[in-house]
Design a protein around this ligand. Structure first.
Ligand code: ATP
Length: 239
């Protein structure tokens, strides 16, 4: 479903060159949920932006559903929806209902179809009660939920989430986690989630990639990673 081959990326300024991604290669089969881990500045957002075709890699290639991802070919993006840091996929000055209406509209639904679907979507995702609230007045957890709902409305095969619980309080964190658990239960989407939240990764993901110093240093199942953590912490505490 997603093929990443030898991707490298550097940022250049007058003073320095930062080599952020170094020869990253991986593949994610259809239906798999992958967690992307790494310390601050490891390159997770950069990789996600490349996958979403927002920036181009310096070398290497990416394909999604056998369509190559680059600035000349936007076809792959029809299979992808994303929620990037800062919820740039929703309008903060519109209400929840207006956001849903707008995004159904730009996806080509007629006024009649929008009227038919609107309440169903709002109720399905438990947003109906709050439908007339401006997004900017919602809690961060609710804003994040709306951003994920809007992304999921496209019903794409691939979903990419950058730090979906970043900065959320415990309750909002739980809301997003439960919401995502519902989505992954259906097992019909290929999902990449970047996060520092090990609880989220453990509960949602099948496999984990760790990026360190620009390289992909771990590609393992969540169980293997947890076993490794147990061994490391055993040695740390008892030896
Ligand atoms: P975090 O977990 O803190 O969000 P990250 O793993 O998502 O980090 P990136 O945001 O991809 O990391 O950043 C990787 C490195 O690239 C950092 O050192 C960052 O300062 C640098 N960087 C990111 N974007 C740019 C840019 N547009 N120009 C120059 N350097 C950048």
């Amino acid at each position: 479903m997603i093929e990443v081959q030898n991707v490298s990326k550097s940022y250049h300024s007058k003073k320095e060159t930062t080599h952020v991604l170094k020869d990253i290669t991986f593949s994610v089969p259809k239906g798999e949920i992958v967690g992307l881990l790494g310390s601050n500045g490891a390159g997770k957002t950069t990789l996600i932006k490349i996958l979403c075709n927002l920036i181009e890699s310096d070398t290497g290639s990416i394909s999604i559903n056998q369509q190559s991802v680059n600035h000349k070919n936007k076809k792959a993006l029809r299979y992808v929806s994303s929620v990037l840091e800062g919820n740039r996929n929703i309008y903060w000055r519109l209400t929840i209902k207006e956001n849903v209406e707008y995004f159904l509209g730009i996806r080509g639904f007629s006024k009649k179809e929008i009227a038919e679907r609107l309440n169903h979507i709002l109720m399905k995702f438990e947003l109906y009660e709050k439908r007339d609230k401006l997004v900017k007045n919602l809690s961060r957890g609710m804003q994040q939920k709306v951003a994920i709902v809007i992304a999921l409305m496209a019903d794409t095969e691939v979903v990419i989430l950058d730090e979906p619980t970043l900065g959320l309080d415990v309750v909002s964190n739980q809301i997003i986690l439960e919401f995502l658990l519902e989505i992954v239960k259906e097992k019909d989407k290929t999902i990449i989630i970047s996060s520092h939240d090990m609880n989220l990764i453990e509960k949602l993901c099948d496999r984990v990639f760790i990026i360190s110093d620009g390289k992909l240093i771990t590609d393992s199942s969540v169980d293997e990673l947890l076993d490794l953590f147990k061994v490391v912490s055993y040695h740390f505490y008892f030896e």
